[in-house]
Write a protein that binds this ligand. Structure first.
Ligand code: LLP
Length: 454
């Protein structure tokens, strides 16, 4: 049985749902995800707990793959933007779906590689890559997305130590395309720290054409994140096709065109993002048209979705704790986590949807402010949450937390980060152990002069 809060559940495009595609109610009316009752998971693994539904994640991977198969006549490769949520288990699932991976650090690269992602299907991004990160990419055969001249200088030095080996590269362009999203997550406009300005593209490509070690496989751009508009991606196809034409005219192989990620997801009922199929249709067709009109052989089409692959596969479970009623003003209901496991509300004023794990459909009785437990007044997960009667110890579920929650978690107030489980067909597997307060002391050291007893 489908949970009634999901009126228009769309299994073919998980980014359009509030809940994982396996969400339903059991005979007691309690919420089940991946065949597991959420309150049972909370009891077994403790709270806060990140729960990831494997079926939703796989459905999203397939939606991208199948979408390009339908709407693009050339080859396509989907790279999971692992900044959205990086773990060995997630890397293994996306690799088993035939996806590659986008990494932005040595940590993300190692997580992808150890999770079984083929390095030939991996890219390394970053506007300030370290020599060590670049050396790791070169040693493992990961394609480097060149972002600036500093990258080129470091790569030139590293390549000198590996004569005769060529380095697979793509060049990142700032496409000068505006789109409507939070200013912190917009990257395609010209005032951005990422990528080369359009004016610089030709000098960069000319320079690289003279470097025997450099093998430029293509051009990349990313215009931003949580985007509901389709039009910017049409414009992007033209800009990238033009850049590809230039690269080929200067002698580069330039077989790949990488359009980045950015498709939005549903956080609340008011959000209405396009489907993955529609996104692949617009991107695939636009790239095809842009290339045909320039007489360019069709490139391999790469994209880097993060949020739309994993966000709605995830929910976070919290236990309710204290309550403070301020007559005539509001009632604060506090949970055992907050801004350290989900920094998005305090960082971007992001809205979420939450419900009780065991009575998700019970009629609302009051409106509360769902607060976190951190020493910060702004640590609020949901400002206006209508809830049925509840009490301390009840489990509350925050939906659509699979992306940019675990990966952006901190230890503010020395609060340990939550455990994560992957659920599938009634089975739950622990994929990230819960930190303990003692773990947080692992990297502290006490200068000996401070340990001496006076
Ligand atoms: N490719 C590049 C080069 C990117 O910079 C990003 C995201 C992606 C792909 C994936 O974008 P997605 O498909 O997930 O929209 N922390 C923010 C989001 C930052 C996104 C950064 N770049 C948030 O929580 O909303």
């Amino acid at each position: 049985m489908r949970a009634p809060f999901e009126t228009d559940l769309d299994a073919s495009s998980p980014n359009r749902n509030l809940a994982p595609i396996t969400a339903c109610l059991d005979d007691d009316g309690a919420l089940i995800v991946g065949g597991c009752r959420l309150s049972d998971l909370a009891e077994r693994y403790g709270t806060p707990l990140y729960v990831l539904d494997e079926a939703t994640l796989r459905a999203a991977c397939r939606a991208y793959r199948d979408g390009f198969a339908r709407h693009y006549t050339g080859e396509a490769l989907v790279l999971y933007a692992s900044k959205a949520n990086s773990s060995l288990a997630l890397s293994a699932v996306v690799a088993s779906e035939g996806l590659g991976l986008d990494a932005v650090s040595a940590g993300e690269m190692l997580t992808g590689l150890d999770g079984g992602v083929d390095p030939a299907r991996m890219v390394l991004h970053g506007n300030n890559k370290s020599r060590e990160e670049l050396a790791l990419a070169l040693a493992r055969g990961v394609t480097v997305i060149v972002d600036n001249w500093h990258d080129i200088e470091l790569l030139t030095a590293l390549a000198a130590a590996r004569p005769a080996a060529s380095v697979p590269l793509m060049v990142r362009l700032t496409p000068g395309i505006e789109c409507h999203t939070h200013e912190y997550i917009r990257t395609g406009h010209l005032d951005s720290k990422f990528g080369f300005d359009p004016d610089e593209l030709e000098p960069v490509l000319r320079h690289l054409a003279g470097q025997p070690w450099a093998s430029v496989s293509g051009i990349h751009a990313h215009i931003g994140s949580q985007i509901f508009e389709i039009e910017p991606h049409r414009d992007l196809a033209g800009v990238l096709a033009e850049a590809l034409r230039l690269a080929r005219s200067l002698g580069h192989v330039a077989t790949d065109l990488n359009v980045g990620g950015g498709l939005g997801i549903r956080y609340t009922a008011a959000d209405d993002p396009p489907s993955i199929d529609r996104w692949t249709e617009v991107v695939g067709r636009s790239v095809e048209e842009a290339c045909r009109s320039r007489d360019l052989a069709l490139p391999r089409l790469l994209c880097e979705p993060g949020r739309s692959l994993v966000a709605t596969a995830g929910v976070t479970l919290y236990s309710l704790g204290s309550r403070k009623r301020i007559p005539g003003l509001r009632t604060y209901l506090s949970v055992d986590g907050g801004m350290s496991d989900n920094p998005r509300p305090i960082t971007y004023q992001s809205a979420y949807t939450a419900l009780l794990a065991d009575r998700p459909t019970a009629a609302a009785q009051e409106t509360v402010t769902l607060a976190g437990k951190h020493c910060e007044s702004g640590d609020v997960l949901l400002h206006e949450l209508a809830l049925p009667e509840q009490g301390s110890g009840d489990v509350i579920v925050v939906l659509s937390t699979g992306a940019y929650n675990a990966s952006m978690a901190s230890n503010y107030n020395r609060i340990p980060r939550p455990a994560a489980v992957l659920v599938h067909d009634g089975q739950a597997d622990l994929i990230q152990r819960r930190e303990r307060p003692e773990d947080l002391l692992r990297y502290d050291t006490l200068p000996t002069r401070l340990t001496a007893v006076p």
